[in-house]
Ligand binder design. Sequence first.
Ligand code: FDA
Length: 389
Amino acid sequence: MTEPFDAIVLGAGGAGLMCAFTAGQLGKRVLIVDHADAPGKKILISGGGRCNFTNLHTAADRYLSANPHFAKSALGRYGASDFIALVDKHRIAWHEKTLGQLFCDGSARQIVAMLLAECEAGEVAIRLDSPVRDVTHTDGRFTVAHGDRAASAPALVIATGGPSIPKLGATGFAYDLARRFGLKVVEPRPALVPLTLPQDEALFRELSGVATPVVARAGRATFAEAALFTHRGLSGPAILQVSSYWRHGEEIGVDFLPDQPAGWLLEAKRARPRATLKSALPLPDRLAAAIAERLALDGELGRQRDAALTQAERRLADWRFRPNGTEGFAKAEVTVGGISTADLSSKTMEARRMPGLYAVGEAVDVTGWLGGYNFQWAWASGWAAGRAI
Ligand code: FDA
C-alpha cells in the first residue's frame, strides 16, 4: 500500500527537520525519511558538541555559490534573529563565542530535541533506518519506496545534504536524484577542510600542534583567525575558511604577523641589534625557528642588510604555501557546489522545470563560511521550502 502525504522530505538533518515542521505546522501532512538510525547527527557533533547554530553577521556575501545572490531571499526572510527566537522559545541558553558565532551553553542535543518537538507539534511522521529504494514521478506525484514501505506526495524535498563526513551517513544521493529529474549539479568539492602540504614543506609539517593568529588569503578571500600546523599540513579556522575558496594548483598566502606595523623588523634591528631573527619574531618558538631557517638570515639582526630585512618582512606578511590537496570529504565540514541554483527558485527552493520538487540545505550549491553560517542556510532554505509546499 502506498501511503499518501502532502510532502515527503528526504533527510532528517537541520534543513529537512526545519522544512518538515514548517510545512506540518501549516497543516500539511509531512513524512521525513532518513537512512540513518537517528536524526540530526551532524547537529550533534557540531561546534564541539555545542552546535554553533547561527551567526549574528549572516549575509549572502558570506556564502559561496555560482550565483552569489541566490541565498539573499531565504536568508532575508528567515534570519539569525528568527532562529534565535525559536531557541529562546525553547529556553535553550546560548552565548556568543566570537565573531557573531552563537553556541548552546549546554549541548547540541537541545537543538535536535527542539527541532523534534517542533516536528511533533506539526504532526510530522519521521521514519529512520529507512534507506530510499526508489523514487518515481507519475501524474504529478512522487512515490518514494523506503525500507519495506512506500509513500507518495505531490511535493518531494531533497534534504539529504552533501557527501562530507561519509561515516555519519553523508552521501551524494541528493545529486544523483537531482540529476535524474533533470537538475544540474555544480561540481562538489570538500570545503572547510584542512589543506595538505607536499614533502618539500616537511619543515612546516614538523610543527604539528603549533597554532598562531594569522591573516590567510586565497584569491580575494581573506580571513583573520588562527592557523594550526598539522602533521599533514595546515588547519585551524583561518585555513578552513580559505580552503573553501582554494583550487588545486593555487597558492594560499599567510600573513604570520598581521599586527606588526610596516618596518617593524628594521626597527627591531635598531632597538636590539644583538638579537637573532628567530628571537625577534613574535611567534611560537618552533614556528619562529622554522621561519628563520627558511629565511636563512643567520646571525645578529645588526649584521643584516636593511634590504634583506625588508624582504624578510614582506615574505612574513605574505608567506606562500602551495598545498598539494585537502584532507578530502572524510574531514570536510561542508561541501562547496551541489544542486545548481540556476534550476531552483530562490524564494521557494522549488525546481523551475519540475514542479513539486524542492532542494534545501547543504545539497544546494550554497556554502557558508565557518561559524554558524551553514546551519543558518539549512534553517532559512528549509523554512522557505516548508512555507511553499
Ligand atoms: P545534513 O547532512 O545535516 O542532513 C542530511 C540527512 O540526510 C542526514 O540525516 C543523512 O543521514 C540523510 N541522508 C543522506 N543520504 C541519504 C539517503 N541516501 N537516504 C536517506 N537519507 C539520507 N555548521 C554550522 O553552521 N555550525 C557548526 O557548528 C557546524 N559544525 C560542523 C561540524 C562538523 C564536524 C561537520 C561535519 C559539519 C558542521 N557544520 C556546522 C556544517 C553543518 O553540519 C551542515 O551544513 C548541515 O548539517 C547541513 O544540514 P542538511 O540538513 O542540509 O544536511
